[in-house]
Design a protein around this ligand. Sequence first.
Ligand code: ADP
Ligand code: MG
Length: 733
Amino acid sequence: MSKNKSSESVKVVVRCRPLSRKEESNGPAGGIVQMDLRLGQVILKNPRAPPSEPQKTFTFDAVYDSSSKQRDLYDESVRPLIDSVLAGFNGTIFAYGQTGTGKTYTMQGLWLDPEKQGVIPNAFDHIFTHISRSQSDKQYLVRASYLEIYLEEIRDLLDPNHGNTRGLELRESPETGVYVQDLTSCVCKSIKEIEEVMNVGNQARAVGATDMNEHSSRSHALFLITVECSQPGPDGRKHIRVGRLNLVDLAGSERQAKTGVQGDRLKEAAKINLSLSALGNVISALADGRSSHVPYRDSKLTRLLQDSLGGNAKTVMVATLGPAPQHYDETLTTLRYANRAKNIQNQPRVNEDPKDALLREFQKEIARLRAQLNHRRFRSKQKKEQVDGEAWERDGDEEEEVEEEEVEKEAEEFVKLEEQRLEKENEAIREDQFLLAEEKQKLLGENEKMMGDLRKRQEATEQLTARYKAMESKLLVGGKNIIDHTNEQQKMLEMKRQEIAEQTRREREMQQQMLIQDEEAVELRETFTSLQQEVEAKTKKLKKLYAKLQCTKAEIKDVNDEHVRSRQELEQTQNELTRELKFKYLIIENFIPPEEKNKIMNRLMFDPEEDEWKFKPLVPDESKSSQMKKRPVSAVGYKRPISQYARVALSMGTHSRYRAENVMLLELDMTPPNTSALTDGEQNQSPTLNNFPTNDKGICKSRSWCQSQKSITSSSSNNSLVGCQTAAPAVAM
Ligand code: ADP
Ligand code: MG
């Protein structure tokens, strides 16, 4: 699986946008960012500091100033990465920076102007041009997905009803690493199609947000492209390489004000930058190199980018800056962040023949469809030849070798001929005078059926062909669409441009190395001819070192200040949260009964995967089925638990209707209506009532009720049951 075990660091480039018109009119002329393109350095001026304070200098893999072109950034810093993706590596480009500094401009740019197209459209162009120019023995499959992370929820931007559904879940598999479950993925056959996918996603993003600016500065957008390439290897078998490209436009890195908000707003504020601060922590942990734990699991973004940061991927980070003096602090933070990311080491390797390659599935399906189709056509052809009276001599193995188109043509011919033959037969039958009407009808019916069968078969073949063609068209074959093959000049031009970009990069690297060596060469092995000379040289060295010391001191102070500030902010957030918690406690203590609270507490459990508290199911999942099946102890041998009375009644063999049921038998009240007794006076009361005196004269209790009350005092005694049985039959029957 691995081709290249060597590790390489994350490439970090910095881009500064021009001053906007508003900024130009507001502040003092000029920005606070200066760039040395040759050395790849950014020099930052503090607008509030005294002029004597040394300026801050940062060195990166490349820097792009306000006059830089989209194309330059792409050719120099992104093109090599896309080439790697096409060769089967994983690649990630992410844009990081404050809102309004040009992240979206860098990633997407202005679509309609070819000069101002950003990284993503240029990458589309690059990928599909590469495919069209590659050799014809290569097959490609390109897929695209688009998602955003907003308030720690993953939304599929290509799913038309993503707004209604809950966020998607992250899953992890040993083969592909972390992936998003049920994410829509579109197979794209051309630049136009993939642009369409991008547009659909962008629209979904805009629709989902009430205030686009606000939304886009708080959500992370990830455009994912998977390029699978199949190519015959030296062993003659087809090998598949899968390159995955993540194009990430991060949320604005500016500090979100968390203070002074409560309730839902507080929760939201805490979540907005969770992914970004987690990203910062991951970068710090990786850059540090000493910490054993990298907190990838703290946020969705870091889990998704796990491979890109310290894993199996090549990564380019584009940090964007604004030149305006009022954003000095944010700009400095961005530069520090980017500077740290330089130290991350990745271990990219080619993904060869992964188990989940979709291309292989496609190839298998296409082969299956083709075999099916050939078989059908072949059978038709065979039949035709039989009809033609030709002897069939070839054996079955030749099936594959027969020219596909020839077979197809012959099959079609056969169908036509067969139809004509049946038509003719029908004619003949109709005209035949010797046949009975009945027979004619029968023969015609048979022919009709044959015709129907023929048509059905043909339809099925057509459907199969359509499916086969649709499937096949999804695979892009190298060497086709050779429009630009003819345009050799353009190709040469591109190559030259690439060469120049490569050269500039190498030159810059050399310059940077020289600079480092220069600084490190403290031990000057020089021989001084005079004391004076030595003093001069050493003074110069001392000055240099002193300046460096001052810089470092200032840096330490800055970092300390920043730590203090962020600690204060954290404390403030903590205070807010504590207050919120106290409020919730108050409600619980005063308004929820303790037993209810305990019940809830016992059922709660924390799901670290989703970072949420959840209720345990009342019946544990795994034992649910077994518990449902288990019979109650009291039901041994019976269909359901029954009382002893019913059991005895069962053994006595009473009416089947009451079998196994605990039914009390009541005798009908046979006393005559006592209205007359009431009119006659109290002396004429019925003798039955006299036998059973009651406390209340108005209430008339039935005899059977009284009897059964006497006899069923203990339902467990057999005697009483028998008594009851004997008293009951009149009613029960
Ligand atoms: P973000 O995505 O970082 O919030 P945008 O990409 O939306 O910022 O950029 C804000 C504005 O600045 C846009 O109007 C964009 O056209 C402009 N802009 C950004 N970078 C550049 C650049 N390098 N050259 C010219 N204009 C730029
Ligand atoms: Mg943006």
